[in-house]
Design a protein around this ligand. Structure first.
Ligand SMILES: [Zn+2]
Length: 696
């Protein structure tokens, strides 16, 4: 990949601008001057620049990957044992004409309108407190014992009395017991063992951490919570539940459930202690004092509960909820929040100008990565110049320390983040379409894409002149010509370059009502203006950074031709490329943590990054560790392969580097294993760090 050193991330963010609350007004105020309000419609022509994909999700076609044939209907799909690949046609009207649903067009226009009017963000990621893994290795490295004493939760430092067996441990689901090298262990996670101490499992993630420790309470108190403050209890419980305590099929289930029980017991007044892993974060209070915040988890790479909610992160940009205070987008397009408000614009479905002139293509797409909110370096603003890592709750800075023997070491210190600020609203760059995936699998899809011209109407009902102007700008991006480089992105597979479209307003009709005294009737007059005479502002606000940013991102010429648009890719210490390594490598180097360039920067590209020997980024320690999955050994073409729950097949590479823990003679059909998936550049999949979890 040396020839492709730089890349442009498929998405970027349009910055928030100004104060949204200044813009929120009541419906009555917005539409006070009734006589000046305008009603009518716009006729809009849509021309595709890259193929457009609007999949007909309700009618997939099924393809048997092994037999290479289509299957008729869902019933037969269930009978097939082979992998099934799905194929989607372009959306069509009941009479079979390719159609773009009005809701898709409306959604696209609304997001641009939101950007240029600084409106609310109508979709929040998650309303619930979330828990996630700390994507920095070694953050949760301390051992502690949590106690509930006289209505206070107290966290004691713990000392390790004994560490047991590092290899060959697994939990048997049938008897809830742990086995080491085939021998049943007599104790559970969180239990007290006479003469040894409190049992602490490190939930198996990779070989080095596959262990059980016995902890003894130290004298030092890490933190004592306020009276009856149940925060540590709730946080640990929520993290344990999200990590599959008592449900699911992963091997964490039983140890996590046992730890939940130990926690409940402690809370109910038993004198027992709960073994935990913890990290401490320093919060600097307003008066300058330090306060220690503690994050608790069940294992050294376990989940921790997030202290902040997505709703809090979005601050004032949460969706409008009162009809007395509506942002510009809610006023025009409506909202379903609070009492709700009907929008004043309606968008019709778009139908082809001339069906005969449409052209069709079939594409087997690469698996689309879902948005990763754990890519905090991209989503959130960097909190301080020296931050090497940050998320919604805290950030880390590398600090130098001198040890007693004079040796200098680097250590990451964590600080509380009083306010995590999102970078802005997500948008995709225009690019040429990515190469097709050459393999049909059940993870990816084949879709029908369409090229050509469509037409639709936007009806508006009693809106202001200013709203109409902003709407006209939103549709045309200030340039109403077909050859304009300012275009929208519509439909499916935007990160792969699909759905660049140009919208032009070809006719504007304003409807006037007048009272005819002679026949005592209301009369309608239509004022029609054709394309050449429609007055469209080329800019709305030349000072606005949001507008400047959207004009850059909407410009099909912004991404240089020689730089690929793709998700980040980094190389690990075994020369394998994947998205996790990019973020892991990025977090290793305190001096040069890369963030997304701003859309308005001259250079909008990033570097593919490589494993850095000096900083020793050990792949086992990267965030990949948290992505082990389960599989079953099967035989295919007289070779062992591994099949996961989704029936995906993985090769077992002969290379010792990949699977040092796996001896060929251990493999038998039906054995349960866990591994990290590895995808080759040609999309073939293999297992990495495969380990036997349960023998038959
Ligand atoms: Zn709003």
């Amino acid at each position: 990949m040396a020839e492709k050193k730089r890349f442009v991330n498929p998405y970027n963010f349009i910055p928030f601008e100004g104060n949204i609350n200044d813009k929120r007004i009541s419906r009555e105020t917005a539409y006070a001057k009734k006589s000046e309000l305008l009603s009518g419609w716009l006729v809009v022509e849509l021309t595709t620049r890259t193929p457009l994909i609007i999949p007909d999700g309700a009618h997939p076609k099924y393809w048997d990957i092994e037999k290479k044939e289509y299957i008729n209907g869902e019933d037969e799909v269930k009978c097939r044992k082979n992998d099934i690949h799905k194929e989607y046609d372009f959306f069509r009207s009941p009479d079979g004409i390719p159609t773009i649903p009005g809701s898709e067009l409306r959604g696209m226009l609304r997001s641009v309108y939101e950007i240029v009017t600084n409106s609310c963000v109508p979709f929040l990621l998650d309303e619930k407190p979330i828990s996630r893994r700390v994507p920095v290795y070694g953050a949760l490295c301390h051992h502690g014992l949590l106690a509930y004493e006289n209505d206070h939760w107290v966290l004691y430092k713990a000392t390790i009395v004994k560490k047991e067996a590092a290899n060959g441990i697994y939990v048997n689901e049938k008897d809830d017991c742990v086995y080491v090298n085939g021998k049943k262990l007599p104790y559970k996670n969180g239990e007290y063992v006479e003469d040894l101490g409190w049992v602490q499992y490190n939930i198996p993630v990779n070989k080095s951490e596959y262990s059980i420790r016995f902890l003894k309470k130290g004298n030092e108190i890490v933190k004592k919570w306020e009276i009856r403050d149940n925060e540590p209890y709730r946080a640990l419980l929520s993290a344990l539940n999200r990590d599959g305590a008592g449900s699911g099929r992963n091997s964490n289930k039983i140890p996590n459930k046992n730890l939940c029980d130990a926690l409940e017991k402690a809370k109910s007044g038993d004198k027992n202690l709960v073994p935990v892993y913890y990290m401490s974060v320093t919060r600097i209070k307003e008066n300058g004092d330090d306060e220690v915040l503690v994050y608790l988890s069940n294992s050294s790479i376990g989940r921790i509960a997030q202290k902040i909610k997505w709703k809090d992160i979005m601050g004032d940009y949460v969706p409008c909820s009162s009809t007395d205070e509506l942002c510009p987008a809610c006023l025009l397009f409506g909202t379903t929040n609070g009492k709700g408000l009907k929008g004043r614009v309606q968008v019709t479905d778009a139908t082809p100008d001339n069906v005969g002139k449409l052209t069709y293509e079939k594409h087997t797409l690469d698996i689309l990565s879902t948005p990763r909110t754990s890519a905090f370096e991209f989503y959130l603003r960097k909190p301080t110049d020296n931050a090497t890592f940050w998320n919604f709750d805290f950030y880390g800075e590398m600090k130098k320390y001198t040890l007693a023997n004079g040796k200098e070491i680097n250590r990451i210190e964590y600080y509380d983040l009083p306010e995590a600020t999102p970078r802005g609203r997500k948008m995709y760059w225009h690019s040429k379409i990515s190469k097709d995936n050459n393999k049909k699998r059940n993870l990816n899809n084949t879709v029908e894409a369409v090229n050509g011209k469509f037409r639709f109407k936007i009806y508006f009902d009693e809106i202001t002149r200013e709203q109409l102007d902003t709407l006209l700008w939103t549709i045309t991006l200030g340039d109403n010509n077909l050859n304009s480089s300012l275009q929208h992105k519509l439909g499916h597979a935007k990160p792969l370059g699909y759905g660049s479209v140009k919208l032009q307003v070809v006719e504007q009709v304003i409807r006037y009502l007048s009272y005819n005294k002679q026949n005592e009737r209301l009369e309608v007059t239509l004022n029609k203006i054709t394309k050449e005479n429609i007055n469209i502002p080329s800019r709305l606000d030349t000072k606005s950074l949001a507008e400047k940013s959207i004009l850059k991102m909407a410009n099909v010429r912004s991404v240089p031709n020689n730089i690929p648009v793709m998700y980040p890719r980094g190389e690990d210490n075994k020369n394998r490329q994947n998205i996790y390594s990019w973020f892991a490598n990025n977090r290793k180097n305190s001096a040069s943590v890369k963030i997304l360039p701003k859309p308005t920067d001259t250079d909008i590209s990033l570097n593919i990054n490589y494993y850095d020997e000096q900083n020793g980024c050990n792949d086992n320690n990267s965030m990949e560790s948290s992505n082990r999955i389960d599989g079953i050994v099967r035989i295919k073409d007289e070779k062992y392969i591994i099949v996961d729950k989704g029936k995906n097949e993985y090769k077992i590479p002969n290379n010792q580097k990949f699977n040092p823990d796996l001896k060929n003679k251990q493999l038998k059909e039906g054995i349960r294993v866990s591994f990290k998936p590895y995808i080759y550049p040609d999309n073939k999949m293999a297992v990495n760090e495969c380990r036997i979890e349960e023998e038959q």
